[in-house]
Design a protein around this ligand. Structure first.
Ligand code: ADP
Length: 850
């Protein structure tokens, strides 16, 4: 799973991968811009609401909708408390005021003097919305509120939903939806973006479906005028999937699921140490009624021992005995702890629910284990959003605005999803139906079908989990095909390298191979720093950062003959190289040496692992998610510190060598105002424009408030305009408006604990790498030449949701060796979206202070 912008359908999306930067519509933020679909040429009124269960990333989605909406010339509203707020409306007193305001000409009667500032600022904590300029007066009885640019400042880094969510019984009834329709018409809103789960999105579709009936009835009753009836004859709705369960069909990932996985892994990582200390068993219950995604990903990411998910219940009716036999073997192997993860919707093969307490009783009674149950419950929903959720929600929120503006009455409402690294639109109800099909398949005990409705990653991870927890001999390959597989790390450490090693060792053992660790890279090999690894030895490695094997930048050409001799000495049949650009370079050297050294004529596979994500072709390398998460955590703290003291611009320097990945994705995730990358370079003119922009932004801020703003700069963005130079220029030019400081994140970006994504990605890819080595070894034994399309020297790459082995020649052709990166960077179009979110384009001049 991965992402790119924009959807195949959408044109002109800022940051669009298939739309060059300058082709955006001009002056998106110019006052009074008319937008397609706006009533009588006036700006379109667009509302966003969050509904159903909350999740992290909803705020980032709201922020993106608000900003993109304003950038597209719309008047943007938020609806507080989900459908409940839409049904309640604004109360009679406010209704009159709002209706008067909106029946006038927006440019003159608009209570907001410019688009920069809206009607409320949100205070986090109580979640209370305060009307700006009216002190402490709350907006308790107002639910549909016009917002401006600065109202959503800081939203992206906060969990939950600041505009509130609720479950609304009234909206399930026709009359409730009719009242909601009335409130929308009163405010002149006929475009709605809804972020929620399948329930909320079903409600949205019903509202749109019934719209003509509602309007006819409202006109009949005299609740709306004939003119309103004509003007608002259509309601356009677009859905965004906010769900921690990752349970929506047709999208590889839902907003909130990644953060929930972070919370679960944090909890289980903590539980693991206490479990080990007391030699206890823990049963951890995680959310997921019809979807085992969280349980499965958490199980592989944390190295759990057993797991129950709804899509794949234990095949045996006597699941108790199957579980005990696995866990007992783990204990006999020497494990001191036992972790069982159970999804809340877990059941046996006859659909009889399996509860955590039942599992606990079995472990206590049959295995005599001191067993505890931990139900993670609502902790899974909360906390600061993971970087991926911020990015996904921002991309999807921006796309939702495009979709709602392009919507026509004859087309079904779309939902925004992500498939194969692309933000996509698909018919909302089709996605909801497919989602419900999973529940149906489970209810009918058609578990194969339930599994087939999940994405390929799900099945791969299930396979990986089983293979790395199994200790029996069932899956061993025939004796003659067994291999000695060496694992080496090269380049700088990256989060997930150890998870890859653990998987390689466990998967090798499962198949009857011998895993051989090469410590300290190719230097270690030359020094004979080589040892076989056991199943137990690597048990805790999934969760560890850095490189347990040790890694360095020395390449095999330092002594190729020596390397070849050592591989022969240790009888290595296949080599897994885990590393970044060096990994690819090592592969190249070894391949070239094959003519001369027969011991190098073994299958060689490279698994990209680098925080910089600079290996060509692959969209993601192991470690590249951890680095962005570290950056986002750091920038959250930096912004807070800046805002707490005075107006301050922080110039944050990132690693990444010649590749701007960390800076670019980090800037989008952290809401930075400016980003400098090696690909884009830096210039004096650019710096001067940036200074002007920052001055403008600070002049527009509310008086008396201090704000922190971020500039993210790749360490190699320019030789001349270093981080220090940029900071000095900003300090000099900021004068009384702002000062500037810099911070270099340096090696912290390698991360402490690897992110769950990097762990699961490493595990999934490693299994495939070992399969690759096995397959080519077998061909060699059969004396078959490798096929030209499938050579035995390759790098495993992720392209969209697809994974394949890219031949070395293809990798080399796609490489920019001078800058040590790929020739094409899929993320480079994100710069446009960063500019839009920063308010970079056509910001209005400051209006008089409110
Ligand atoms: P989620 O959106 O997270 O799946 P729910 O299923 O609780 O959460 O739905 C949230 C709200 O959406 C409900 O309280 C209700 O107001 C509305 N809703 C859900 N299903 C429907 C439906 N079939 N028709 C109309 N409204 C619905």
């Amino acid at each position: 799973m991965s992402f790119q912008i924009p959807s195949k359908n959408a044109k002109n999306v800022p940051g669009s991968a298939n739309t060059p930067a300058p082709s955006r519509p001009a002056s998106p933020m110019a006052s009074g811009t008319s937008t397609p679909g706006g009533a009588q040429g006036s700006p379109k009124r667009l509302a966003v609401l969050t509904s159903g269960g909350d999740c992290s990333g909803m705020n980032a989605a709201v922020r993106a909708v608000v900003k993109m909406g304003i950038a597209r010339g719309c008047e943007v509203y938020v609806v507080r408390e989900g459908w409940e707020g839409l049904v309640r409306g604004n109360g009679p007193e406010h209704d009159v005021k709002e209706t008067q305001v909106h029946s006038g000409t927006p440019s003159t009667a608009d209570p907001i003097p410019n688009r920069r500032r809206g009607n409320f600022v949100a205070t986090y904590g109580e979640g209370e919305l305060l009307k700006e300029g009216e002190g402490e007066q709350t907006l308790k009885d107002r639910y549909i509120i016009r917002v401006g640019w600065d109202d959503v400042r800081g939203f992206a880094s906060l969990g939950g939903t600041l505009i509130g969510t609720a479950r609304c019984a009234a909206f399930r009834e026709v009359e409730g939806r009719r009242t909601a329709a009335l409130n929308l018409v009163k405010h002149g809103i006929d475009a709605l973006v809804v972020c929620g789960g399948d329930g909320s999105l079903t409600g949205a579709d019903r509202l749109r479906d019934e719209w003509p009936e509602h309007l006819a009835a409202l006109k009949e009753r005299g609740d709306i005028s004939a003119e309103q009836f004509e003007t608002h004859s259509h309601l356009n709705i677009v859905g965004l999937v906010g769900s921690i369960d990752n349970d929506m069909a047709g999208t590889d990932m839902t907003i909130g699921a990644t953060t929930a996985l972070h919370r679960i892994c944090e909890a289980i990582d903590s539980i693991s140490s206490t479990a080990s200390s007391h030699s206890r068993a823990f049963i951890v219950e995680v959310m997921g009624r019809n979807c085992g995604w969280l349980a499965l990903m958490a199980a592989i990411a944390t190295g759990a021992d057993y797991m129950f998910i709804p899509e794949r219940p234990p095949t045996s009716e006597d699941w108790q005995s199957s579980m005990c036999s696995v866990l007992d073997r783990h204990r006999k192997e020497g494990k001191r702890k036992t972790i069982v993860i159970i999804a809340e919707g877990a059941h046996d093969c006859n659909l009889k629910p399996i509860s955590p307490d039942e599992v606990k009783d079995v472990l206590t009674e049959r295995l005599g284990l001191d067993t505890r149950v931990t139900t993670l419950g609502h902790t899974q929903r909360g906390g600061a959003p993971a970087a991926y959720d911020r990015i996904l929600a921002t991309l999807q929120g921006a796309e939702a605005v495009e979709a709602v503006l392009e919507a026509t009455p004859d087309k079904p409402s779309p939902v925004i999803g992500i498939q194969e690294n692309k933000i996509m639109r698909q018919p909302l109800m089709e996605a909801v139906k497919k989602t419900q099909d999973v529940a149906k398949a489970i209810a009918e005990k058609d578990f194969n079908r339930a599994l087939s409705l999940r994405d390929p990653e799900f099945e791969d991870c299930l396979h990986a989990f089983r293979a790395t927890t199994r200790l029996n001999e069932t899956y061993r390959v025939p004796e003659a095909e067994r291999m000695r597989i060496a694992i080496v790390h090269t380049g700088a450490p990256a989060g997930g390298m150890n998870a890859a090693t653990r998987t390689a060792v466990r998967y090798c053992l499962c198949h009857g191979h011998t895993p051989v660790a090469i410590y300290n890279g190719f230097v270690g090999l030359l020094n004979g720093n080589v040892a076989e690894l056991s199943w137990l030895r690597v048990d805790q490695w999934s969760t560890r950062g850095g490189s347990e094997l040790g890694t360095n930048r020395t390449l095999p050409d330092t002594d190729l003959a020596g390397v070849a001799a050592k591989l022969a000495e240790y009888k290595i049949d296949g080599l897994l190289i885990v590393g970044g650009f060096e990994g690819m370079a090592a592969l190249n050297i070894l391949e070239k040496g094959r003519k001369e050294h027969p011991s190098l004529r073994i299958p060689l596979v490279h698994l990209p692992a680098t925080i910089s994500n600079n290996v060509p072709i692959t969209e993601w390398s192991v470690g590249s998610d951890t680095s962005i998460n570290v950056l986002v955590d750091a920038t959250d703290a930096i912004k807070q510190s800046a805002s707490a003291s005075r107006n301050r611009v922080f110039v944050v320097e990132t690693q990444g060598a010649g590749c701007g990945y960390i800076a670019m994705l980090g800037a989008l995730a952290s809401g930075a105002n400016i980003v400098y990358t090696p690909e884009l370079g830096m210039s004096l003119r650019g710096l001067s424009e940036d200074v002007d922009f920052l001055k403008k932004r600070y002049r527009q801020d509310a008086a008396g408030k201090s704000e922190g703003r971020l500039v993210i700069r790749s360490e190699k963005a320019s030789k001349t305009y270093t981080t220090e130079v940029v900071t000095n220029i900003l300090t000099e030019e900021g004068k009384d408006l702002f000062d500037a400081r810099y911070v270099s994140l340096g090696h912290t970006l390698q991360g402490g604990v690897p992110s769950p994504r990097d762990r699961t990605r490493a595990i999934r890819l490693t299994v495939k790498c070992i399969d690759f080595l096995e397959r080519h070894h077998k061909r060699k034994l059969e004396q078959l030449e490798p096929e030209w399309k499938d050579p035995d020297v390759a790098t495993i790459v992720i392209e969209g949701a697809g994974i394949r082995f890219a031949p070395l020649a293809e990798l080399l052709a796609a490489s920019d060796f001078k800058n040590r990166r790929g020739k094409v960077q899929w993320w480079s179009p994100m710069k446009n979206l960063i500019d839009v979110m920063a308010g970079r384009r056509d910001l209005e001049e400051p209006a008089p202070k409110l």
